[in-house]
Design a protein around this ligand. Structure first.
Ligand SMILES: Cc1ncc(COP(=O)(O)O)c(C=O)c1O
Length: 521
């Protein structure tokens, strides 16, 4: 796909006239001394990238962020994990229009502390166990800094050869850690590209697969194209199909249930394909998921891949969350069968410490030019130098540490699961494969409606404490609680990074107490 013509960096993006800073004050002095507002006469021409100012204010900002991470651990009472503000809270706290004159960094950071922080849900809190994590690390943070500092736009090879070449190399490294088949390696018949998000990754492959089938059978067949996935598949798949012109009625979300732990039954797929073929539809795409958003269910790639091959269907594997665990040999089995896939993606910003956003996608490529021009592998033209942070994460930690960290998160989830299992008030509702535990209060006298209501109330009670944040999902009509481990501080808090660590008891104890209180009242 090609969405641009190489002239996409935009026009002049800086109109500095009328703005400015005053020497030593305003934004030029982040430590807040002499913080008076700059008046027109004193304004000097703005220097948006003054190296000394960057040095001074960069240090202040790093200190601010480092203090945040320290305080998240040391003063959790000041940081309710789930923000407790009401909608619209910020409107009354900020002016109606942007300032004419510069303000100081100190003033701004003061506002961050007093006005922005209350509206932050602390995804980096050690007591964050809600949606899949947004994992950060010092290495990822430094990579983001370097990326922001260099700020290149590597849409073609020549716009920054290092940006393209490092991305190819780092994605080969990661593909090897995941033991992906040769056809996803740049040295084989494929290659990797870092998309911003999982949503972008699935959109790109749906469009590529659609174009492939339209080329094969003719462009008029668009209304006959059908796609398949389980009913547990992330909503981005449906969105991608709709953007790609696939009619809503032609998106088959096949039913799953507890008998397969919410994984897609191959027989359901084959039956749906046969049915569609008999009616004149053209099956062209299946999205299999390893680690669904709702319950970390796993679709069986081996049989699904065989079916895809038999019918000439593009199979994509969405392993946004669980793909990260597959760098550990003991979890690699969950992507066995990826050998038959046409594309595979995972979100390194979920569980591989590559700060948002970083979604590596690998595809089989039929024709390759001498150089890769990544603008043709994604939706937008402009692109960030994201491989820097992944490279830094891989180099500064090493794969053995990354594997151990993931294992520790899984252990933590297992210990939480054990606790839930031992308490007769609760049940674990799906088989846990990774670091997500799906559980609920059990029904009393078989009353499922009442049970759903009690679990809803329990969730609200837990999250309103601000001490811990968990989320929920629905499975087979049941209201289920999700406890997902993945925030990096969940271990750092105890200073045992990269070593076997005991359970983060404070977090678990909080849930236990709240659960007990709720059950007993
Ligand atoms: C299985 C799965 N696929 C796709 C996505 C979407 O990823 P992103 O938020 O990066 O677009 C998610 C997000 O949680 C997910 O869990």
């Amino acid at each position: 796909m090609e969405f641009g013509n190489g002239n996409g960096t935009g026009t002049d993006n800086c109109n500095c006239n009328g703005n400015g800073i005053r020497n030593g004050n305003g934004i030029g002095n982040g430590n807040g001394n002499g913080n008076e507002k700059v008046k027109g006469a004193n304004v000097i021409k703005m220097k948006p990238m003054d190296s000394e100012l960057l040095r001074e204010q960069g240090h202040i900002m790093v200190d601010f962020i480092a203090d945040y991470y320290r305080d998240l651990q040391d003063s959790p009472q000041d940081f309710p994990v789930l923000s407790q503000v009401q909608p619209g809270y910020l409107r009354d706290m900020l002016p109606n229009s942007a300032p004419d004159q510069p303000e100081s960094l100190n003033e701004l950071l003061d506002d961050v502390t007093k006005k922005i922080m209350p509206g932050i849900t602390h995804w980096q809190s050690p007591s964050y166990f809600a949606y899949y994590a947004s994992s950060t690390s010092v290495a990822g943070f430094l990579g983001e800094m370097l990326n922001a500092g260099l700020s290149v736009v590597g849409f073609t090879w020549q716009t920054s050869p290092a940006a393209t070449e490092l991305e190819i190399i780092v994605l080969d490294w990661l593909a090897k850690l995941l033991q992906l088949p040769d056809h996803f390696l740049s040295t084989g018949h494929g290659g990797g590209v870092i998309q911003g998000t999982g949503c972008e990754a699935v959109l790109v492959v749906v469009l590529a697969a659609r174009d492939r089938i339209l080329k094969q059978v003719g462009k008029t067949v668009l209304p006959q194209l059908v796609v398949y996935a389980s009913d547990q598949t992330h909503s981005s798949f449906r969105k991608a199909c709709l953007i790609g012109g696939i009619h809503e009625d032609n998106i088959r979300l096949l039913r799953t249930d507890s008998s397969t732990n919410y994984g897609l039954l191959p027989e359901s797929l084959e039956e749906a394909i046969s049915h569609d073929l008999a009616k004149g539809f053209i099956p062209f795409f299946i999205c299999a998921t390893v680690g669904t958003t709702s319950s970390a269910a796993v679709d069986p790639l081996v049989p699904l891949g065989k079916i895809a091959k038999k019918y000439g269907i593009w199979m994509h594997v969405d392993a946004a969350y669980a793909g990260n665990a597959c760098i550990c040999p003991e979890y690699r089995k969950f992507i066995d069968g990826v050998e038959n896939a046409d594309s595979f993606n995972m979100n390194a910003h979920k569980w591989l410490f590559a700060n948002q956003t970083c979604s590596p996608l690998w595809v089989k490529v039929s024709e390759k030019d001498a150089v890769v021009n990544y603008k043709d592998w994604q939706i937008s033209l402009s692109r960030r130098f994201r491989s820097l942070k992944l490279w830094m994460v891989l180099r500064l930690y090493g794969s053995e540490n990354l594997r151990n960290f993931i294992r520790e998160h899984v252990n933590l989830a297992k210990q939480f699961e054990d606790y839930v299992t031992q308490d007769p008030h609760f049940e674990v509702v799906t088989t846990r494969y990774f670091s997500l535990v799906c559980f609920r209060l059990v029904p009393v006298d078989g009353d499922e409606d009442k049970c759903n209501q009690r679990n809803r109330e329990l969730l609200a009670a837990i999250n309103s404490t601000g001490k811990i944040f968990i989320s929920h999902t629905a499975l087979s009509g049941q209201f289920i609680l999700r406890f997902a481990v993945g925030a990096p501080l969940t271990e750092e808090k105890h200073g045992r990074l990269y070593k076997n660590m005991p359970l983060n008891l404070p977090a678990t104890a909080i849930v236990k107490n709240i659960l007990k209180e709720t059950v007993e009242n």
